[in-house]
Design a protein around this ligand. Structure first.
Ligand SMILES: Nc1ncnc2c1ncn2[C@@H]1O[C@H](COP(=O)(O)OP(=O)(O)O)[C@@H](O)[C@H]1O
Ligand code: SF4
Ligand SMILES: [Mg+2]
Length: 321
């Protein structure tokens, strides 16, 4: 039985649509997230995987309040997102971005970048702030002299360490990591992933770990949510997803993932056929145009998530036993 008291985040019936404005035409709704439901427990890692464009970053942005949700409920430690003051919210949940360079102010020194969350959200003295920054730099493996340097003096891996240090300054309980190693060389990826695992242990963090890279997801995650065109198509433990995938999309992702680490870094996972436009979703199952197991009835209605073989899966044809 699951211990519900361990739950830190719960997402219920979450929807996010973007308004797409076209000149002289009525605006269109792009459904980036449709009816997303999941939970995150204390100290666990939930991996989110899916091709580019399936809504992973939108989910990260909604969860960190960078984007407003259209509908649905999100609770953090049992309290609705809407009831948090900004400083209280940011002290619980923080984000690490794919491209640390874009998310770091190039005109600020590392010391100030890492100190900013403390300066904005706390009343600590400048001495105390500096001490905390130096202590965090040491924890993420950045030497003291880096404090006075600007982001462009850092390598990709060091910049990501800087982004991680900044995200941890308010001692959050959850980190949302959106493709945190995708921009890094393979050799550096492993170092940053190991650092994240060490920090998770030390700070008792929960991770929502987003990646299109299955080997990274397998290495990091306790449970996994597979997304396709804004919907969850399969949601289970790492073993269920990797050893006995039930959704055709999950199966194809696993089969088409390059086997070696080196090959893998060079290319994204690909599934045959094009991803349909999120502005013009197919009727019925959104995976039907690309699905080798599709039946005519798959075009008729949308498969909802059902529990099959101990995990949730949204496919009419997935076997129950
Ligand atoms: N600000 C935005 N305005 C309009 N459409 C957006 C915006 N951000 C993302 N989208 C669309 O939402 C869908 C999901 O995008 P995204 O969340 O970035 O996916 P992923 O991170 O999985 O690649 C895509 O169709 C994308 O074009
Ligand atoms: S519902 Fe049908 S089209 Fe959709 S994934 Fe299952 S078998 Fe394929
Ligand atoms: Mg993304």
């Amino acid at each position: 039985m699951r211990d519900v008291s361990n739950e830190i985040l719960r997402v219920t019936a979450l929807h996010k649509a973007y308004d797409i404005k076209k000149l002289l035409r009525p605006s269109l709704k792009l459904k980036a997230l449709t009816d997303i439901n999941f939970h995150l427990d204390k100290k666990e890692t939930l991996g989110i995987v899916g091709e580019s464009g399936c809504g992973k970053s939108t989910l990260a942005k909604v969860l960190t309040k960078l984007e407003a949700r259209s509908r649905g409920e999100i609770t953090l430690l049992g309290k609705s997102y809407d009831d948090f003051l900004a400083s209280e919210f940011h002290s619980k949940i923080q984000m690490v971005f794919q491209d640390p360079y874009q998310s770091l102010n190039p005109r600020k020194k590392a010391l100030d970048i890492i100190a900013d969350p403390l300066r904005i959200n706390t009343n600590l003295s400048s001495l105390e702030t500096r001490e905390r920054v130096m202590a965090m730099m040491e924890k993420v493996g950045l030497r003291e002299e880096f404090a006075q340097r600007y982001p462009h003096h850092f390598s990709g891996g060091q910049r990501q360490r800087l982004g991680i240090a900044r995200a941890l300054m308010l001692r959050p309980e959850i980190l949302i990591l959106d493709e945190p190693v995708s921009a890094l060389d393979v050799s550096i990826q492993a170092q940053v992933l190991n650092l994240l695992l060490e920090l998770q242990e030390e700070f008792k963090l929960s991770y929502l770990f987003i990646s299109h890279d299955l080997s990274v997801i397998q290495h990091m995650s306790d449970r996994i949510l597979v997304m396709y065109l804004g919907r969850v198509v399969e949601y289970g433990t790492r073993d269920q997803i990797f050893n006995n995938p039930l959704h055709p999309y999950t199966k194809i992702l696993l089969e088409s993932a390059p086997k070696t680490h080196r090959e893998k870094s060079a290319q994204e996972i690909t599934v045959k056929g094009e991803l349909p436009s999120a502005l013009n979703l197919p009727r019925g199952c959104a995976f039907e145009p690309r699905c080798p197991f599709a039946k005519p009835s798959c075009k008729e209605s949308i498969p909802l998530l059902e529990i099959k073989q101990g995990r949730e899966v949204a496919c009419f044809e997935a076997p129950s036993k």
